[in-house]
Ligand binder design. Structure first.
Ligand SMILES: [Zn+2]
Length: 369
């Protein structure tokens, strides 16, 4: 009997002990929670968050992600427009709230928003109105143009840099399709090619090239181009080279006659590789000149010592050799060592140093268009 009582008492003691232990643990735990909560409030308050925001931060379990004050986060919390995919952007990205809000609502995630806002200007971002899955990838290339997005996607080229560049210079279109008006008209960066045309009545201010540098008196160039060409011609002369103008400015109608004449004895496909259709000739700009060494016909200029000098020197005068075998896939023209185009010294030097075309120089550079 006594033994039984003793055992009961023992069990009772153990129970009390366990209860006590549970109570202690519960208490410690509760205290601990209280402590953390207080710390969190303190930390967020110190960072500058308002009471309402602090409650929402706790509700949404964002505490671990926050180490700084973010106006954007507070604004997002207050407007109750929280999207989990772009939490980081609201917290850490130091960009305009509306921009993040917009991209977030279009379903771009944090890393996409980071790329897009870092790489695209606000005008471009303003134009985005739907989710484009390759936008953040394309945007890392600084020649990306939003309007060309679908064309990039449709153009088969695995190298993204090339894809963007080639579409920008219209290689996804056939020559003489999707023709637009020339850009930069009336300045030396005017673009005239198989995709960009001049109007029938387009004309610039022209001057006759001095007879020392031309085969006839009536060869005209735009005034600045004329001065640059004469300087080139005279400097070349000092070095013992003869470079003279054979054909400069040509009107729309003259070009029409020339092109149609070729058509009488050759196919369109062939003619298009060496003669421009009316409105598509650089000669109409007054910035292009065909040259010879005054000895051989102009189309033999490529075999002269003059050409050997010219190809590495005319950029110093603002000219480029516009059509080469290497760039035929862009320009559509066969090698024309005799066709010099005035673009100004800065552009000519850049184009020469980088072995690119005027098309690439202009259309891969938003500031130049
Ligand atoms: Zn020419």
């Amino acid at each position: 009997m006594r033994k039984r009582k003793k055992r009961k008492f023992k069990t009772f003691l153990i129970l009390i002990f366990l209860l006590g232990l549970a109570f202690i643990f519960y208490y410690i735990d509760k205290n601990d929670n209280d402590y953390t909560d207080k710390e969190i409030n303190k930390k967020l308050k110190e960072l500058g968050y308002k009471e309402d925001s602090i409650n929402k931060i706790k509700e949404l379990n964002l505490i671990d992600k926050i180490n700084v004050y973010s106006n954007n986060l507070e604004e997002a919390l207050n407007k109750n427009i929280f999207n989990e995919n772009c939490i980081e952007s609201y917290i850490n990205l130091n960009k305009d709230f509306n921009t993040i809000y917009k991209l977030c609502n279009l379903n771009y995630n944090d890393s996409e928003i980071k790329e897009i806002t870092n790489n695209l200007d606000s005008d471009t971002i303003n134009k985005i109105n739907t989710y484009l899955d390759k936008l953040s990838l394309y945007s890392t290339h600084n020649n990306f143009i939003l309007d060309n997005y679908d064309r990039y996607n449709n153009y088969e080229e695995t190298d993204i840099k090339k894809k963007i560049s080639y579409v920008n210079v219209n290689l996804d279109y056939e020559f003489y399709e999707n023709i637009k008006d020339s850009i930069n008209t009336n300045n030396n960066l005017v673009l005239v090619n198989k995709y960009y045309k001049l109007s029938e009545d387009y004309i610039n201010i022209m001057d006759n090239i001095s007879i020392e540098c031309a085969v006839r008196y009536d060869i005209k160039l735009e005034t600045k181009a004329k001065e640059a060409f004469e300087k080139l011609c005279l400097d070349a002369k000092e070095l013992g080279y003869k470079i003279v103008g054979v054909s400069g400015y040509r009107s729309y109608n003259t070009q029409k006659i020339i092109y149609n004449n070729y058509l009488k004895s050759d196919s369109i496909k062939n003619v298009d590789t060496y003669s421009a259709r009316a409105g598509h000739s650089e000669h109409q700009t007054g910035y292009a000149i065909d040259v010879s060494n005054n000895n051989l016909p102009y189309n033999k200029f490529g075999s002269t010592t003059e050409y050997q000098w010219a190809k590495d020197n005319i950029h110093k005068y603002g000219f480029i050799i516009r059509y080469t075998t290497d760039n035929q896939y862009i320009t559509g023209y066969k090698n024309e060592p005799w066709h010099f185009r005035y673009v100004g010294i800065e552009a000519a030097t850049y184009i020469y140093n980088n072995s690119i075309t005027l098309e690439e120089y202009l259309l891969n550079n938003k500031e130049k268009i």
